[in-house]
Design a protein around this ligand. Structure first.
Ligand code: C2E
Ligand code: CA
Ligand code: CA
Ligand code: CA
Length: 275
């Protein structure tokens, strides 16, 4: 190994398997894509369960790849997370969303958009200053943005997490727990941290109305803790009916719409509020 190691390049080439090489190529492409503005926010409507009104959206990243067309998160988020490029991706999506929210407000449309925040973005000491800059450049009020984080971030009861959440809320952002119920069953954090919304994971909604024990539990939890509740992945009227009966305020899902490009989301907004 020492012999081969003398010629660094040769040694490196031989020991790298095909998978690692294609991962590197993907990272390189993502980096280039981020520089060229190829990533864009799609918007999935967030709907009032009772009125059917579109009250906001979740921003979901898509990659308009110059050769391979429109790519979904499963093909680039893991590589972004491994390489640390996820922070730049999240920053770009947030900036697009903030600009768009300011634009809608100019048109008199009041919407709230939630954005996914990766674990590494959440842990980044520069998070507050990045967010502050985005707000300043866009003129978007923080209250129009909800930051979605996953349960796993909250399991360690450390001071840093508490301070980060408190400072985000002090800036005016709403905080949502994404995929609620799929993490470990340590509920203590719900009392310990400042939170606004629980998003019930699609895996629980898909069993409704038959398998309802966990959704029922989560609905009571939200009521007792005074948290807003959003049901994810609602696909049928029977699921929506069940959620209404339980008093769940908002849902997302194919029943209303898939995530849409900005143009198509705007068309849906026009159409759903047309006289
Ligand atoms: P997520 O945050 O849990 O987003 C919900 C996913 O469920 C989205 O997949 C959405 O298209 C899909 N979905 C929504 N309604 C339905 C439904 O009724 N039925 C079914 N079968 N699926 C539904 P998508 O867009 O492929 O995103 C996958 C994941 O990638 C997201 O899961 C999120 O964890 C991550 N992601 C997406 N965009 C970003 C981003 O900008 N930053 C970060 N850090 N992560 C992102
Ligand atoms: Ca999410
Ligand atoms: Ca989710
Ligand atoms: Ca998810």
């Amino acid at each position: 190994a020492k012999e081969a190691g003398r010629n660094g390049i040769h040694f490196y080439d031989e020991s790298m398997d095909a998978r690692a090489r294609s991962r590197l190529a993907l990272e390189y492409e993502i980096r280039r894509g981020l520089e060229n503005g190829e990533f864009e926010a799609f918007y999935q409507p967030r709907v009032d369960c009772f009125t059917g009104e579109i009250v906001g959206a979740e921003a979901l990243a898509r990659w308009r790849h110059p050769e391979r067309g429109l790519l979904f998160p499963d093909s680039f988020i893991p590589a972004c997370e491994e390489s640390g490029l996820i922070r730049e991706l999240d920053r770009q999506i947030l900036a697009q969303v903030a600009r768009q929210l300011a634009c809608w407000q100019g048109q008199g449309r009041i919407l709230q958009v939630s954005v996914n925040l990766s674990a590494s973005q959440f842990a980044d000491p520069e998070l507050s200053s990045v967010l502050q800059q985005i707000l300043q450049q866009s003129g978007c009020p923080a209250a129009s943005i909800e930051l979605e984080i996953t349960e796993s971030l909250l399991l360690a009861h450390d001071q840093h997490t508490l301070e980060t959440l408190a400072s985000l809320q002090a800036m005016g952002f709403a905080i949502a727990i994404d995929d609620f119920g799929t993490g470990y069953s340590n509920l203590a954090y719900l009392q310990n941290y400042p939170l606004n919304t629980l998003k019930i994971d699609r895996s629980f909604i898909s069993g409704l109305p038959q398998r309802s024990a966990i959704p029922e539990l989560i609905t009571s939890l939200c009521r007792i803790l005074k948290l807003a509740m959003v049901a994810e992945g609602v696909e049928t009227h029977a699921q929506l009916d069940w959620l209404r009966q339980q008093g769940c305020q908002q849902y997302q899902g194919y029943l209303c719409s898939r995530p849409l490009s900005l143009r198509h989301f705007n068309e849906l907004l026009e159409y759903s509020t047309a006289p």
